[in-house]
Design a protein around this ligand. Sequence first.
Ligand SMILES: [Zn+2]
Length: 439
Amino acid sequence: MTASRAPAEPEVREFEATVESVDGREVVLSETYFYAESGGQPADRGTIDGVLLDDVVERDGRVVHVLDEEPPGSLAVGETVSAIVDDAFRTYCARAHTASHVLYGAARRTCEDLGYAGFDISAEKVRVDLTTAEPLDDEDLVELERLANRAVWDSLPVSWETLPADEARAVDGIAFNAKTEEGAMSGGDAVRVVTVGGSGAGDGSEAGGGDDDAAPAWDVAACGGTHVRNTSEIGPVSVLDRSNPGEGVTRVEFAVGPTAIDHDAAVHAAALDAATSLDARVGDLPDAVERLRGEVDRLEGELREARADLLTARLAEFPTAEVDGATWAVGTVDCADPNDLREPAEALLAGDGEGSDATDGAPDAVAAVGEGDAPFVVVAVADGATGGDDASGEGLDAGAVVRAVTDEFGGGGGGGPTFAQGGGLDADPDAVAAWLRDR
Ligand SMILES: [Zn+2]
C-alpha cells in the first residue's frame, strides 16, 4: 500500500480496489484515490460500496478510510469494492488549493522577504499565512487579489513532478513549508514540485530553446495536495480579510467559488448603497466620505459654541442673592455635563455678559444646579473673592460650598477655591438652588 493517488491523478472520481484490511470502521484498500487530510487540505468525502466516509487519514504510510458506520458483510478482506470520490468537494478543494499557490505567486510580486507560514482550507474560505518584511495593508490585499485574478484569467498551466530532494531544493525560488513538505516528501528522498505557469520545472519537457528561454513560473512550491490543471479552472478569487496572528505574519483569508461570488456581490451592493446615500459615484466614495466627516467636525464645533452661548445666556439670567455679604448668582440649568459650565461661569464672573464692560455688575460667585435625572452642582468663585480680605474676614471657597451641598443633599464631589462640582445629589434641583440662596 502506497500513498493516495489523488495528488497525481486528481481527476479520478470513481475507482475499484481490493480490501486489504478492515478494523471496525477503518478500511485499507489496495490503492486509493481519496485524499487524506494533510498540510491544510481537508480529507476527501465520498463512499465505498455506498457507505459514506467519515474521514480519511494517513497513518504509518497507509491511507485509512474511516467509514461513517460499521461496514456491511460485502466489505471484507479480499473483496473488490467500488469507491466514489465526492466530486463537488474535491473540485472545490483542488480549486481552493491551487488558488493558494496563485495567491502566493501574487505575493512574490508585491512583498519583500516573502515566506510561507501556513495554509488551511475550510468549506467557506481559505487562509494563507505569509511572512513579510512589512505587515500587509488594505492596498496590498487589493493588489494581491487583482494579480491573482489576472493569473486566473491568463489561464496558466499547472503541473507537477516528483524530484529528488536535492534537485527540488535547488529549484529557483521554490516555496517550502513544514506542513505541506510532509505530504510533498512522502516518497522519502523525493519531493513533489508543483509549478504554476512558465514552461514549468514540473512538465518534464526540456525540448526547444532550453531553460534560458523558459518563461518564468508564476509559482513553484513543494506540495502534496490536489490541484487543477489550469488556473482558469479556479474562477474568481475574492480576498475577504487579513489579520496578524503573530510577529511578522499576515494571515490572508480568501474565497473561491460561490462564497467568493456572493461576497463580491455583497460588497458591490454595499458600495452602491453607500454611494446612493451620499449622492456620489462608487469611485468617488472616499472623497464624499471625507467631505462628510469635515462637515460633521464643523457642525460639532458650531454646536459646541452654540451650547456655550446658550449656557452663558442662561447663567446671566440667574437671580442674585446676598449670602454672607457676597453676591451669588444661583439657578438651575438644563445641561448634561458639568464641565460645559466652567467657561460660561467664568465669563459671567468676569463680567463678559452682554451689556457690561466691567466686573461692577458681576456677581462674586455663581452656583448652577443641573436639572435632569442626575442633579449636580457647579460652583465658581471670582478670583478676587477667594482671599481672606473681604468684609467677613473669610474668602469664598467653591470647594467648601460644594461640600456643604453634598453634606445636605447627598452625593459627592470636590474642587478648588475657584471651581468645584458635585454630583449624585438626591434632591429636586429647585430645592438645592433655594437652599443655596437662603443659607
Ligand atoms: Zn498545493
